[in-house]
Design a protein around this ligand. Sequence first.
Ligand SMILES: Cc1cc2nc3c(=O)[nH]c(=O)nc-3n(C[C@H](O)[C@H](O)[C@H](O)COP(=O)(O)OP(=O)(O)OC[C@H]3O[C@@H](n4cnc5c(N)ncnc54)[C@H](O)[C@@H]3O)c2cc1C
Length: 637
Amino acid sequence: MQLDSKSPTGPIEKRWEDHRFHLKLVNPANKRKYTVLVVGSGLAGGSAAATLAELGYNVKCFCFQDSPRRAHSIAAQGGINAAKNYHNDGDSVYRLFYDTVKGGDFRARESNVYRLAAISLNIIDQCVAQGVPFAREYSGYLDNRSFGGAQVSRTFYARGQTGQQLLLGAYQALERQIGAGQVEMHPRTEMLDLVVIDGKARGIVTRNLISGRIETHIGDAVVLGTGGYGNVFYLSTNAKGCNTTAIWRAHKRGALFANPCFTQIHPTCIPVSGEYQSKLTLMSESLRNDGRVWVPLKKGDKRTASQIPENERDYFLERKYPSFGNLVPRDVASRNAKQVCDDGRGVGETGLAVYLDFRDAIQRLGKHVIKERYGNLFDMYQRITGEDPYQEPMRIYPAIHYTMGGLWVDYNLMSNIPGLYVIGEANFSDHGANRLGASALMQGLADGYFVLPNTIGDYLASNKFDKIETSHAAVRDAESNVTQITRKLLEAKGTRSVDSFHRELGKIVWEYCGMARNAEGLKKALSLIPPLREQFWRDVKVLGGGEELNQSLERAGRVADFLELAELMCLDALERNESCGGHFREEYQTPEGEAARDDEHYSYAAAWEYGGPGQPPVLHKEPLSFEYVHPAQRSYK
Ligand SMILES: Cc1cc2nc3c(=O)[nH]c(=O)nc-3n(C[C@H](O)[C@H](O)[C@H](O)COP(=O)(O)OP(=O)(O)OC[C@H]3O[C@@H](n4cnc5c(N)ncnc54)[C@H](O)[C@@H]3O)c2cc1C
């Protein structure tokens, strides 16, 4: 299979403009003749559905929550990047582009990243026009703060609830179109299969999560904005409902899955507290603007933080990376936290935590300033741990947070299946092997508000769409696939809960394909996952029936898909004999313990093709080339 990224050439700052000019347009009067199915109502799906409807297309939008405004994007705390340079601190579109390519450890497409950086400016204008209440300075300018991997302040925020405010903006735009009759909204509806006819994506099969009714929806194009798959690890900072089902089932219909092993570990999460915990909580990266990360110098030091004098503390990020200090990128901060804990210098009961200390910032700025900046995050920490972070340092540890892998897409955000578009965290994205903080919201909204609405028209205008009857063989096949999966899950009548399988899978993936990986461990994981999957189908116990609200059944289907995806992740990690970004293979590191890339052999996006039941997947490679930001060992020193 030949992968055509459709990446434009020429001067980088003109590529998107030129490309856009050459895309075919759909006449305004003809737009109403097309129906676009948008799966997902988060920042990516919500913004895309609203914008496509605003343009005049008929849109059907789907989400599994009871309301589009409950999509996981609502959880985003810290902020959204944009190269506005309001602080006059040296920022520019080029610098955001440079930081993102470097931050992703040179495993992203330059053309895409430059477009993302340029569009960041439009996003802020769009959201302000919608009334998103970004934090402002006294002068009235929008305020900014810093995030990891950047030496400028370019992160726009609304206290610690930026995602919620941005989602309310997109949601209002979506509601306007629902009210206007241009969007047909299907909440509590889960997409369980993709309908491909004559090689084109023409529909989806869904299950109504309240009645259990299986339905097919036909359209002229399908857009997946279904979020990330971090919950494959069971414990993650993602909302419990986040899953891989939509993209995994599209993968099984032929869509290539790119870089599945590129997952992001976030350095600042509340540490795991016990075996029965089902979720982890993020403490936003924004806290590293003012919080200082440290551990005791001595191993096994059991004194409380306040008993440890200044000269017996190791501010290890500031020591090792004086230029970026506590704001090194996430992969670097996470690896260093793991190293000091492995070294026996971790704090708290388990020794798997480091301090995030606000003492100096409170002394310098006053408690009221810290409260204004991060009040809701401090409250959240106190409610969960019972400790007051204004008095004693937070304890934090890395946890799974984001997935850079996802369905492969070209420059137009179209997968290798014509008519199937993938946006937001669900695609393999512009972040390479490591995403910089505050860039996911930027990418989701760039895709949904600005890129897809331009590129989809080219596809619609260039193709003819036959009318599809729901009696079509491909529709019948997809419906029967969904019915069979549901029936099989209900009929297993085994002895183990869905969650017990999920937890076991999560431990395997975290242990062998988590923050550090090696060939031996990955091979072990590859030997453990297939028997666990086989046991799942034999021994899972799903209570309740298929024609009612049944969350056990919903979870079972999602865990079944995680059990397949996990194997591909380990295979991808094993195949990539180098370290880059969040993919840290212990065999490949510099003498200082940093990720050692192998550009000669691995400068490509790995795009996996489903091989069929019981068959190995097939690897395709999209070579990456760098004309502007030349690959070098990343340095934050
Ligand atoms: C705790 C936390 C804090 C974060 N903070 C930040 C931050 O400060 N800045 C930043 O840039 N990024 C942040 N991120 C990352 C960012 O929030 C996400 O990457 C982003 O919101 C994903 O948006 P999305 O639209 O792609 O997906 P989501 O918001 O996850 O939306 C997915 C949508 O798809 C629907 N869906 C999924 N599967 C199906 C299916 N099979 N059928 C029907 N519907 C389906 C869901 O119902 C939902 O509507 C944070 C992430 C977490 C976990």
